[in-house]
Design a protein around this ligand. Structure first.
Ligand SMILES: [Fe+2]
Ligand SMILES: [Fe+2]
Length: 376
């Protein structure tokens, strides 16, 4: 260990990962901005070695991606009527009523009737889909950067197909929000901090680690969860299409980094571990959906501690890491540098997923089943 190793406070801006006061103080101060600029200096790499298939697994992914393109405008049943309020009510009924498991007595929410709970459900969905959309734009931008900065031709080819995939994902989430839901939310501040850090880093592998492993690993789990829960047929279909692409994207990250990390020094690996930890914390923090509470006139500081105590919520929150942890393990990031990341993931309560299927394995098994992983 050298003395440049950073402490938790240097990595995430606070000592205690569960310091709610500090988490909630990170807010988006310019909610009306129309664009956001991140300065980034990095090397754009040309390769003169055009021999295709030097990395056979990447080549296979590329061939697969070319055949799995779909059209967000014409392949989804956009004519489906969506009654957002009715869905919120049906969802509450299926789950034991509004605010099931949450004891709001003594808070401002104790006075909420059905109207407020329905409005909350609607806002919560608007918020969730908006963050998915912003995350997809992050993926679009990051993957375009990978096309430029990765040195291998097979990776440039594959990444180019992912750029198209991500454009389509942004397009379909934006269209769903505009046509079927009732309002956009600006990007959550924790998510923006993370996207800024990923895009500003000059090292090409950090773009992969932040985006393909961490953000997309979490997205794959979150989309899967929503796909399972929703009864709305258009959204279900949309998520299934997006997920079939995302599984490939995460596999691209695992396959590319595995080779590269084998040649890094312990100090370099430690920097990757710190980055993975930062990303994990930022993504966990964004799920508190503080902007929704504010819009509902509830002080997040009052309600978030109660939310954290709901057992189902803890399970859901940790399940979001069910792809990330095995993938980090596969990359050798858990146990390198004295197991630093293992300790951090243990503090976050997600280490239990380490032996779940990693996306490399999972993707291989998907490919051996005819038709799976592709859009039917
Ligand atoms: Fe995507
Ligand atoms: Fe993706």
């Amino acid at each position: 260990m050298t003395e440049q190793m950073r402490e938790t406070v240097d990595i995430i801006g606070r000592d205690d990962i569960n310091d709610l006061e500090a988490i909630l103080s990170v807010v988006n101060t310019d909610v009306d901005e129309e664009r956001h600029t991140v300065h980034s200096v990095y090397d754009t790499i040309f390769t003169w070695d055009y021999e295709k298939g030097q990395r056979p697994k990447l080549e296979k992914l590329y061939e697969k991606a070319k055949k799995s393109q779909w059209n967000g405008q014409t392949d989804l049943p956009w004519e489906t009527e969506v009654d957002q309020e009715a869905l919120v009510v049906a969802n509450a009924v299926a789950n034991g009523g509004f605010g099931e498991g949450l004891d709001v007595s003594g808070t401002s929410m104790a006075l909420w009737g059905d109207k407020e709970w329905i409005d909350f459900g609607v806002q919560s969905q608007n918020w969730t889909l908006s963050q998915f959309m912003h995350g997809e734009q992050g993926a679009l931008v990051c993957t375009a950067k990978i096309v430029e900065s990765v040195p291998w031709i097979d990776a440039k080819y594959y990444a180019a197909t992912q750029v198209m995939d991500e454009a389509r994902h942004v397009e379909v989430f934006a269209k769903y929000l505009d046509d079927k839901l009732s309002g956009h939310y600006p990007i959550n501040a924790h998510l923006r901090l993370l996207l800024d850090d990923i895009i500003a880093d000059q090292r090409w592998d950090m773009t992969y680690l932040g985006m393909q492993i961490m953000v997309e690993g979490l997205a794959l789990a979150a989309f899967g969860f929503m796909h399972q829960m929703t009864t709305e047929p258009l959204l279900k279909q949309l998520l299934r299409y997006v997920m079939s692409d995302e599984a490939r994207h995460v596999a691209f990250g695992v396959l590319s980094l595995q080779e590269y990390y084998e040649q890094l020094s312990a100090a370099e690996i430690r920097e990757r571990q710190e980055f993975a930890f930062e990303a994990a914390v930022r993504m966990r923090d964004r799920f508190l959906q503080q902007e929704v509470w504010e819009r509902m006139g509830v002080n997040p500081k009052e309600i978030v501690p109660l939310l954290m105590q709901i057992p189902d919520r803890q399970v859901f929150q940790s399940l979001l890491f069910s792809k990330i942890v095995p993938n980090c393990k596969k990359l050798g990031l858990l146990d390198a540098a004295d197991g630093w990341l293992r300790v951090k993931f243990t503090e976050l309560g997600v280490i239990g997923f380490e032996d779940w299927a990693d996306t490399g394995e999972e993707y291989d098994s998907l490919q051996s089943t005819p038709g799976a992983g592709a859009v039917a």
